[in-house]
Design a binder for this molecule. Structure first.
Ligand code: PLP
Length: 388
């Protein structure tokens, strides 16, 4: 673990490009080369499971990057499908995305908002999640009010216990949607199953969790097939389970439906997932701060508190300088502990890896982009879907 920690800290130290020296702090910094490397790695992981498929199985979740810049970079890499919450839908559409699945249970006001976008972007495929009969009814009502048809995916709870229905209830709702009536305005496209509980640091345990979750999904799929209800597509998984889930569906079960995997964090990565899955992707979004006070020999204070880094998974744990731990945190300050004889200078820049990158990105209005040559690419990149 010590050697690993050492490597990680060196990795961040290398990111302290001279171009960052004079920047006002704090700020969020994104490294173009690293994001591109993550896209390259994603392609090779997916190819290893499904040779020849390129990025064809990928439907990345926009909740992590929340910005047009990443959406366009993904498009330039050949990614045309996206997943989001209602918060990123407009950003994606404005960035040119035309195949978007909104993976969130919609009540009537949000269903109406989605239906309005379906009407406004007739050339786009905007699909919604349906977690049960009541959701289906609200979505159908919104569709009829707008005079549109809305593609939908039944959300199955395959173990995470957060949203969705038991796979066994899928056929009944699918049949009701097919038979229209109350649900006129909906078009069933497929099934969504997110294994959000798949969080073991052990790859074998992650694979076992994915196997169980996908077996539950396939049970639902087969029941629909037996009922004569076509299922075009399955949308599954996040960053910990995308490979075993894909493997289960396309290799082991040989499903005929299209399979999309929907990781989000992979594009920027963070220290939380790095602990679970060392070196799987590169940490591409870092926080730049400076030592702005030195209250005691063993304590220094950074000019950035948890208004700028998400604290939900605990304090920052990885810095560009060796031997730092967080002693205390508040809104605008992060106090770091170090050896008294290894005191950073006042004004010293320090990079920190976000522990949970998705809510961290949400705390910034823009990020500073470091180009491949280490120079800053101005202007700052707006995070259009932030603050939501
Ligand atoms: C429904 C859904 N799909 C996909 C993802 C992406 O997962 P990850 O952050 O592990 O990449 C999330 C993350 O919260 C999610 O809620």
């Amino acid at each position: 673990v010590k050697t690993e920690d050492q490597k990680l800290h060196l990795d961040l130290e290398r990111c302290l490009a001279p171009a960052l020296e004079d920047l006002p702090t704090p700020r969020l910094v994104v490294y173009r080369r690293r994001v591109e490397e993550n896209i390259r790695r994603m392609r090779s992981y997916l190819e290893a499971v499904a040779p020849g498929s390129g990025l064809g199985h990928l439907r990345p979740h926009a909740k992590t990057h929340k910005c047009r810049w990443a959406t366009e970079l993904l498009a330039a890499s050949g990614v045309s499908k996206h997943k989001c919450t209602p918060n990123e839908l407009d950003m994606l559409l404005e960035a040119g995305a035309r195949d978007v699945f909104v993976a969130y249970p919609l009540l009537l006001p949000q269903a109406r908002r989605l239906a309005e976008r379906v009407a406004r972007f007739p050339e786009a495929r905007i699909a919604a999640q349906v977690g049960g009969e009541e959701h289906a009814r609200m979505l159908a009502r919104a569709a009829r009010e707008q005079g549109v048809e809305i593609d939908c995916y039944l959300d199955l709870d395959v173990g995470s216990g957060r949203t969705g229905m038991p796979p066994a209830s899928a056929p009944e709702l699918a049949r009701a949607i097919r038979d229209a009536g109350l649900f006129e305005g909906l078009r069933l496209r497929g099934l969504h199953a997110y294994d959000g509980h798949n969080h073991s640091p052990d790859p074998g345990e992650r694979a076992a969790c994915a196997r169980e979750a996908m077996a539950a999904l396939v049970a639902g799929l087969r029941a629909l097939e037996r009922a004569g209800i076509p299922v075009e597509r399955l949308i599954v998984a996040g960053s910990p389970g995308f490979e075993p889930c894909l493997e289960e569906l396309v290799v082991r079960h040989g499903v005929e439906a299209e399979v999309d995997v929907s990781p989000g964090t992979w594009i920027f990565w963070d220290s939380g997932y790095e602990r679970l899955m060392p070196a799987k992707f590169e940490m591409a979004a870092l926080l730049l701060a400076r030592v702005m006070d030195r209250p005691r020999g063993d304590l220094s204070t950074l000019d950035m508190g948890y208004k700028r880094w998400a604290i939900d998974q605990g304090p920052l744990e990885l810095f560009s300088r060796r031997g730092l731990t967080v002693a205390k945190t508040s809104e605008e300050h992060t106090v770091i502990r170090h050896e008294p004889d290894d005191r950073p200078a006042l004004g010293a820049p320090i990079l920190a890896a976000p522990r949970h990158v998705c809510p961290t990105v949400n705390l910034w209005e823009s990020f500073t982009l470091v180009g491949r040559d280490g120079a800053i690419e101005w202007p700052a990149v707006p995070i259009e879907a932030r603050n939501r």
